[in-house]
Design a protein around this ligand. Sequence first.
Ligand SMILES: *Cc1c(COP(=O)(O)O)cnc(C)c1O
Length: 382
Amino acid sequence: MMRPEQKKSPSDRKPIPVTRPFLPPLAEFIPYLERIWESRWVTNGGPQHQELERALCRYLNVPFISLFNNGTNALLTALQALDLPEGSEVVTTPFSFVATAHAIKWNRLTPVFSDVEPTHGNLDPATIEAAITPRTRAILPVHVYGNPCDTAAIADIAERHDLKVLYDAAHLFGVTRPARPPLRDGDLSVLSFHATKVFGTFEGGAIVCSSEAMKKRIDSLKNFGFTGETTVAEVGMNGKMNEVQAAFGLLALTHIDEALARRRAVAERYTAALAGIPGIGIVRPSVGVTPAWPYFPITVEAAHLGKSRDDLFEEFKRHDILPRRYFYPLISSFAPYRDLPSAAPEKLPVAARFAEQVLCLPIFPDITGEEIERTITVIKAT
Ligand SMILES: *Cc1c(COP(=O)(O)O)cnc(C)c1O
């Protein structure tokens, strides 16, 4: 007689996804829903929305937040709020999720890709400076994997060239450092609360800004441009977060510290198991930064591992483990962008290498010890 676990073939094991949304017990969500049902106030800046904005300002230690129905609409609106002349150039990274560059195109601006640094895959300040032309009006960097960019160097460039800075901070939730919060850097920062992110409202996002006047403007832009009951000042969109999303955010916030602690424990186990394997690199947070581990990125050097990143990726799939190649392919290689002069791969060698070597391993708060060990075993067996 075989014991049940011996009978299991790889095909009837549950696949391990790269991430899984963190859902508190359903019973905890019911009282929030009851409040919404009682009030009949389901969207348009209701009580849950107002409370989540206040709670997030406190939790993230930032002065003003405007909630959105997703991070992409928040990015689009943030760029619109910077009032850049049509056709202006915005220096950005090819090593990100495609929405970063889409926000630039949607605003009828021109993305100019510049290369990243090799440690964290963030925009390299030296290459930003080299990409600046008389038409450049803004920089749109991404805090990739939640590792803060060199915000001091970027602020210095922006000041010398009179440029706006918008941070795509979709990965930054829960990351802290002893100095000022990285979410306070730049003119605006955008968060994503998509289900796959560290803090999620199923779909959602936010813009962080530093003045009440800017928050008012953003709140108008996300509400069709209304500035009063009968006045529309600008061409705004519908970027509003609804009350169910906001209520879920309030519930998720009550569990966020526990979720972050579990992510950190998973990252510690991976780090202990994988450090020192020739050909495997771990993209580690900078010293002094308290990481949130939205992803657990490793890099694969084929010459040392004897196997390419894609070989390892296929090997994982054979074991029902589904890591993701964030970010591959580079944004600059997608059809809407690849003909831009700045998109030529030879101009982006570090980003191209990152995209070819990186693999993000499964990490989420309720990943089991067995799932972590299964993942480690695949790498160790290569
Ligand atoms: C997730 C993500 C976005 C888009 O956010 P959505 O909420 O999914 O619209 C933008 N930029 C980066 C870097 C992301 O990871």
